[in-house]
Write a protein that binds this ligand. Structure first.
Ligand SMILES: [Ca+2]
Ligand SMILES: [Ca+2]
Length: 157
């Protein structure tokens, strides 16, 4: 009797493991997201917001990784939180060098399956004028009001 129970237990464990493996294998990655922008012109030190959206065939939640300079590497800060399948995610970046940047986005479902990279968009970053550099500093001071008292006094902001 005891032997029988042991066999049943072992068989059950095998079946459960098998089912778990099958359901993990059945997870499909999210669909390829659209390009985060077709084309954008901005200035250095200015906040750029881009968007991403796709769906997951299993209806899983999705997070998005933005590659802002086209090198295929996603910085930690450029991963969004999880969004429901089909929702639109946003991510922001500030460029501090002028130039033309290729931007793309990848989607990852909550089981860790990654989509293909999106097509690339293009962000052109131009040199800033003094006014927007000042407004960048101003925004910085607003976010960290107590961090730069000397600068603030110098710039009379
Ligand atoms: Ca999935
Ligand atoms: Ca990158």
């Amino acid at each position: 009797m005891k032997k029988r129970i042991t066999i049943i237990t072992i068989v059950s464990i095998f079946m459960l493991t098998g089912l778990t493996a099958i359901s993990a294998m059945a997870n499909s990655p999210p669909n390829k997201p659209g390009a985060p922008t077709p084309e954008r012109v901005t200035k250095i030190f200015k906040v750029v917001t881009l968007y991403a959206s796709t769906t997951d065939p299993d209806g899983d939640n999705i997070k998005y990784g933005f590659d802002w300079d086209g090198d295929g590497v996603i910085e930690d800060k450029d991963w969004t939180d999880y969004f429901e399948s089909g929702e639109t995610a946003t991510c922001t970046n500030i460029y501090n060098k002028k130039g033309e940047y290729s931007v793309k986005v990848i989607a990852e479902d909550e089981n860790g399956a990654q989509s293909e990279w999106s097509d690339s968009g293009k962000v052109t970053v131009k040199l800033t004028d003094t006014k927007s550099f000042y407004s960048f500093l101003h925004n910085l001071f607003e976010q960290f009001p107590n961090s730069f008292p000397i600068f603030r006094a110098l710039l009379k902001l």
